[in-house]
Each structure stands twice: as structure tokens, then as C-alpha cells.
Design a protein around this ligand. Structure first.
Ligand SMILES: Cc1cc2nc3c(=O)[nH]c(=O)nc-3n(C[C@H](O)[C@H](O)[C@H](O)COP(=O)(O)OP(=O)(O)OC[C@H]3O[C@@H](n4cnc5c(N)ncnc54)[C@H](O)[C@@H]3O)c2cc1C
Length: 347
């Protein structure tokens, strides 16, 4: 007798769950089996089942850096582990343990309210704490890697919990060990190390201009937080109004020779110094020069105020987005000889 057919569903499982409101592109997506993960202790048994049933799986935080297909087969893990607390401090640093499902921006605000400055440049980045280390989120000259002590994660390969040090995470520009090893780790907790010594970082053009115009040469943490929120709100489209995943392409890094060649042909090319004599080119500038800013192709388009952002005008699919992305990549390659890499994860 097969009892499984009539067995009640586990309380944390929903079948055929619509995820339109859980991805910032606003794509119509159905998850065949959506598991709410509220506690890391759920993971070992769930992964035994996943292995037994040969399900494909993926983990979703706030869905602000993904391009999802219409149907997600197998198991989709919705990361909801909450909780944040200061666990210890020493002379130089404060250590904070935060659940992977905590909203990133709310954590930044919480740290400031608890007199733990440092994360203010990263205000208003959408998504969860658990996803932040995956691409080493960064903005206005700061990356999260600078504040991570270690990470607790479930390793689906060994079916065991592991702790990875900052060094183990191999953080780089929009990159990490997790990104290099997809479909393996589920981040459950992030342990932050917030230095007690604080200094303002307002060297990035947008922030520097903001404070010059305001006549403020010594901004406080709260003033930087407020400025970042104001600048971002003006510059980036609100996913609640128009679907998007923030920057769609990474800023390409080129060697000194290629940069010199580009400068000969395009003396106005916008770039920033990068490690080891390399240059980071502003992908938005390259796309803008190819004439894509504000262009619309059916249900998708390039945001009118920022060429780096692809938007969903209403009923776009992952295929529409990727098709426009390919047109942009080909055009930039043809004109500048530079390859643009897509930033969001294609699940
Ligand atoms: C308007 C807008 C502005 C943005 N600005 C920035 C910016 O300034 N800087 C920046 O770096 N990014 C930016 N982003 C991108 C995005 O906010 C970040 O990448 C964010 O960290 C994604 O979090 P999420 O919870 O939404 O992740 P999701 O989109 O849900 O997932 C992203 C990836 O991480 C994986 N993942 C999620 N949670 C976990 C977990 N717990 N364990 C293991 N893997 C996991 C997913 O499988 C997926 O591969 C922006 C996005 C938008 C929409």
C-alpha cells in the first residue's frame, strides 16, 4: 500500500508556489516544491530527501540577484533564518552573528542604531544577509568581505555543517568561493567583525560630490547612511515599481595594454584603477556609448537613467532578458573588444 500519496505535507513545504513577489525582476515563476527554511537544523534531513529523490535544488534569499525560469523543478529553499546578536567584543572589534534570512538593509540600520558603524556605505542594497557574501556585495568603495569574520554553512556535498574563515571564502570583486562552487553550500549564519575604529569613506564620486555640495567635510555615519539612501533612490529603479536586478553586468577589468589601446581610440572611456596595474571599465558607460540607454525591446529594456540596469516592463521572461543581454554583449564586444559578464545568477 502506498501511504505516501495521502500523507500530509510537511508544514514548511508548499507545492507549486508562485515566486513573482520573491524575485525583484518580477518574473512569473512557479516553484514545484518550496521549502521555508526557518532553522538550519531542517537542512540535514531535507538534503537526505533531496538525494533520495534526485531532486534538483537551489536556495533563494530575496531574489534580487537572480534570473529565474518559469518553472523551478525539484526543491527551492526559501531562506528565512532570522536573528542577530552581538556575541563578543575585544579591544579592537565587535563580533555579530546574523541569520542568513535577515534583510540586509535592516541589518545595516540595526548596526548603526547599536553604535556599530562601518556598513553604512552598503545601505539599501536589496536582499538577505546570507546572499551578501555570495557575490561579495559592494557599493561606494566598500565590500562586505572587509567585515566578515567567518561563515557558517551547510555543505550539501558532505551533508555536514562547516565554518569557513574569511580567507576560505576567497572574496574578490563580485566573487567568492561560494560563487565558484555553486549548488553546494547553504549559508546559514554570517559572523561579522566590526572594527571599533571608524573612518568615513566618501571618496567615490557620487558621495564626494554629495558632501561637497552640502558643504560637509566631516560627515557622520548616519549622514553617510542617509546620503547613500538618497543617491541610490534617485539613481536606481525601485523593483517594486519596475522589475530589475540592479547592475546587470559586472564592470570589466582590462590589462594595461588593452586599456592603452582603448584610450587611443576612446579618450573619454570611464575607468577606475584596479589591482596590479589593471583598469576597471565602467560597464554602464560602454553600454551607453552603444546607444542602449532607455531602449525598449518588447517587454524588456535598458533603464533610462542608468545603462547598467535591465528592466522588466511588465511581462518579461528570463529568455527575453537574456536575449537583450546578448545583444548588448555583442554590441559592446564589437565596438570596444571588451567582454561583459552578467552579474545576476541564472538559476
Ligand atoms: C535595485 C538593486 C540594487 C542593487 N545594488 C547592488 C549593489 O549596489 N551592490 C551589489 O553588490 N549588489 C547589488 N544588487 C544585487 C543584490 O541586491 C545582491 O546581490 C544581494 O546580495 C542579493 O541578495 P538576495 O537575498 O536577493 O539573493 P538572491 O537573489 O535570492 O540569490 C542570489 C544568489 O545567491 C544564492 N543564495 C541566496 N541565499 C543564499 C544562501 N543563504 N546560501 C547560499 N546561497 C544563497 C542564490 O542561490 C543565488 O545564486 C542590487 C540589486 C537590486 C535589485
Amino acid at each position: 500500500m502506498n501511504c505516501a500519496k495521502n500523507a500530509p505535507l510537511p508544514p514548511n513545504l508548499t507545492l507549486n508556489l508562485g515566486l513573482k513577489s520573491r524575485n525583484t525582476f518580477g518574473l512569473e515563476v512557479k516553484a514545484e516544491r518550496a521549502f521555508e527554511i526557518n532553522d538550519a537544523a531542517q537542512l540535514p534531513a531535507l538534503f537526505e530527501e533531496i538525494a533520495l529523490k534526485h531532486w534538483s535544488w537551489r536556495v533563494l534569499g530575496g531574489g534580487s540577484n537572480v534570473i529565474l525560469p518559469p518553472n523551478l523543478e525539484g526543491a527551492t529553499l526559501l531562506m528565512n533564518i532570522t536573528g542577530q546578536e552581538v556575541v563578543r567584543e575585544d579591544e579592537s572589534d565587535t563580533y555579530l552573528v546574523v541569520g542568513a534570512g535577515v534583510n540586509w538593509h535592516e541589518l545595516v540600520a540595526w548596526t548603526l542604531n547599536h553604535k556599530l558603524p562601518g556598513l553604512e556605505n552598503l545601505a539599501l542594497i536589496p536582499g538577505t544577509v546570507g546572499a551578501a557574501p555570495i557575490q561579495n556585495i559592494g557599493a561606494y568603495g566598500v565590500e562586505i568581505a572587509q567585515y566578515i569574520d567567518s561563515i557558517e554553512a551547510f555543505d550539501s556535498k558532505s551533508n555536514a555543517f562547516v565554518t569557513l574563515s574569511n580567507k576560505d571564502c576567497q572574496f574578490a570583486y563580485r566573487d567568492s568561493f561560494f560563487k565558484q562552487n555553486p549548488h553546494r553550500f547553504i549559508v546559514t549564519k554570517v559572523i561579522f567583525k566590526i572594527p571599533k575604529a571608524w573612518r568615513a569613506r566618501v571618496h567615490y564620486a557620487d558621495l564626494a560630490n554629495f558632501f561637497t555640495e552640502a558643504g560637509n567635510s566631516n560627515p557622520s555615519t548616519q549622514e553617510i547612511f542617509d546620503a547613500v539612501c538618497q543617491i541610490r533612490t534617485k539613481k536606481l529603479p525601485d523593483p517594486k515599481v519596475i522589475g530589475n536586478a540592479g547592475s546587470f553586468f559586472q564592470n570589466p577589468v582590462v590589462g594595461a595594454d588593452q586599456y592603452a589601446q582603448l584610450m587611443k581610440q576612446f579618450p573619454n572611456v570611464v575607468s577606475y584603477p584596479d589591482a596590479a596595474g589593471q583598469r576597471k571599465l565602467a560597464a554602464g558607460w560602454l553600454i551607453d556609448q552603444c546607444g542602449f540607454k532607455g531602449q525598449r525591446v518588447g517587454e524588456v529594456g535598458v533603464y533610462e537613467k542608468q545603462a547598467l540596469v535591465i528592466v522588466n516592463h511588465g511581462n518579461a521572461t528570463a529568455a527575453d532578458i537574456l536575449s537583450l543581454a546578448k545583444t548588448i554583449q555583442d554590441s559592446v564586444k564589437g565596438r570596444f573588444g571588451v567582454t561583459l559578464d552578467i552579474e545576476p545568477n541564472i538559476l
